[in-house]
Design a protein around this ligand. Sequence first.
Ligand code: ZN
Length: 195
Amino acid sequence: MFGHFPFFLYLCSPKSVYMCSLEQFKIDLKGLTEEVTALEWNLNKDFFDALDQTEVEGGALHVSLSIRKASGFFELQFHTVGTVDITCDRCLDLMEQPIETDNQLVVKLGTATPEDDDTVTVDENEGILDTSWFIYEFIALAIPIQHVHAPGKCNPAMTKALEELSADRSGDEESSQTVDPRWEKLKDLLPRPLS
Ligand SMILES: [Zn+2]
């Protein structure tokens, strides 16, 4: 069914009558007729909702994929650019995180063996590669471990609450140190002042 492209633009748009179907990310490798096939997708919240994941709330990204047919394998080059909506580590409000990532997959038709680390093996009777989860993982891996709003852009109420909480915590630590029973015992070992 996918044999007729070299090029096609898919849309997952909120205006679309249909839900973003992950079907469009399934590629019939055996049906590819050209040596190089180019595919593109625009991703938005519907894509992330359709995947069973919780990290990314939404986004606006463009994915371009180039598939090169080689002898015995397929080389897939993904380029993904845009923004994802994720929760800020500091204030927990949603924030836009810019993402740009290039990723490569080598895909073979055959039977999967446990030693295959760098290559993806697709059942050669079916020949269908579902790229949706790969695209999601490329995006998820491109998200920095620490992601916070730009200075001053965090939720003001949450920022105030966090400042109060951290002030309370440091107060607790100071007072607990003075009553730590281990220190009290050590004091007994100290030489007593002569009276
Ligand atoms: Zn924030």
